[in-house]
Design a protein around this ligand. Structure first.
Ligand code: SAM
Ligand code: SF4
Length: 336
């Protein structure tokens, strides 16, 4: 197990495999004008796998592939297969918009992918098309079905809650009732300078604190005869999580409802991760623009240089992000 200078065990690496995406969510990516990184600036699949091998030697055991949209990266299933085979890697997960899952879920499962998080911010087709700029919500629904059908476990639904979208939160929470779906409400984080300008211009006032979300859901759930959400405990466990979500469930539900509050109740003391951008920049903290040039280290063909860079990034993890928000990178470039 690797530890940072604040005594936190860090064993989780989130890897953005591409900055490209087949959607353009308003809060994540501008519709046009993104300066796509040239192909040679991106880490190759071999470089990513080599880094994972070295990181596993340093105590990293959990890998999440994200993006941009990881499923648009050519060879993604091969990458999953190669990472799964690395000694010391216990589990490989993916965060995806789900659109390509109907085509790819079986191949990914066969390659060894275990866990998927599918992002879905609204259940309303017109609002989905608006938020993603052109997406068809039926593709995501089909992606969720495919994920359940091939047996990914857990299947989580990530829902970023934005005040001005006025999402139907109870309908989301209801998805957890009859099937093993784990719905997680995530506070909107105003990161990525150019999105603030070119997206909706959402700001911190668009973040709804999780406590408020729980209140809204419980009020509506009571009115609908469902009763309140109750915290999961050792017998009614939420999914085996890698992160800071707090899980609740409705009485008798197969799934759970989780809350991730990066802003209102930040969880820096439990932080267990480093992030790698698609260009190979290692970020000790989501909210800080400090980056460590892993691509340069990898391309020096010296494993010791890679190891040193990893240790340097670990030792630079800040104790807290002090609620600083807004970074020069878009979320799609960091990987969420
Ligand atoms: N394309 C994939 C997807 O949408 O799941 C993976 C990349 S996306 C950047 C990862 C996650 O970050 C998604 O769940 C997305 O909703 C979330 N995200 C993006 N921008 C965000 C923001 N400003 N605040 C909170 N979450 C955000
Ligand atoms: Fe693409 Fe995911 Fe960002 Fe939406 S949130 S634009 S699907 S990377």
């Amino acid at each position: 197990m690797a530890y940072d200078q604040h005594g936190r065990a860090i064993d989780y690496l989130r890897i953005s495999v591409t900055d490209r995406c087949n959607l353009r969510c308003l809060y994540c990516m501008p519709e046009e004008g993104v300066a796509w990184k040239p192909r040679k600036a991106m880490l190759t699949l071999e470089e990513i796998c080599r880094l994972v091998r070295i990181a596993s030697g340093e105590g990293f055991s959990r890998i999440r592939l994200t993006g941009g949209e990881p499923l648009v990266r050519l060879g993604i299933a091969d990458l999953v297969r190669d990472i799964v085979r690395v000694a010391g890697i216990e589990s490989v997960a993916m965060t995806t918009n789900g659109i390509l899952l109907p085509k790819m879920a079986k191949t990914l499962k066969d390659a060894g992918l275990k866990r998927v998080n599918i992002s879905l911010d609204t259940l309303d087709p017109a609002q989905f098309a608006h938020v993603t700029r052109w997406g068809d919500i039926n593709d995501v629904f089909a992606g969720i079905e495919a994920a359940l059908a091939v047996g990914f476990d857990p299947v989580k639904i990530n829902t970023v809650v934005v005040r001005s979208l006025n999402q139907d939160l109870l309908s989301f929470a209801r998805l957890s009732l009859d099937r093993p779906l784990h719905v997680r409400f995530i506070e909107y984080m105003p990161v990525g300078d150019s999105c603030g300008g070119e997206g909706l211009g959402w700001s911190e006032s668009d973040t709804i604190p999780n406590e408020e979300i729980i209140g809204i859901i419980n009020e509506r759930a009571r009115a609908a005869g469902l009763g309140d959400l109750v915290p999961c405990n050792s017998t009614t466990r939420g999914p085996d999580g890698w992160g800071p979500a707090r899980y609740y469930h409705f009485d008798g539900a197969q799934g759970s409802v989780g809350f991730i509050s990066a802003l209102s109740r930040h969880f820096c003391s439990e932080c267990n991760r480093l992030r790698l951008t698609a260009e190979g920049q290692l970020r000790p903290c989501l909210f800080s623009d400090d980056e460590y040039d892993m691509r340069h280290a990898l391309r020096s063909h010296d494993d010791d240089a890679v190891r040193d860079m990893l240790r340097l990034a670990l030792s630079a993890k800040p104790e807290e992000h002090h609620h600083k928000v807004g970074t020069k990178r878009l979320m799609s470039q960091i990987g969420g």
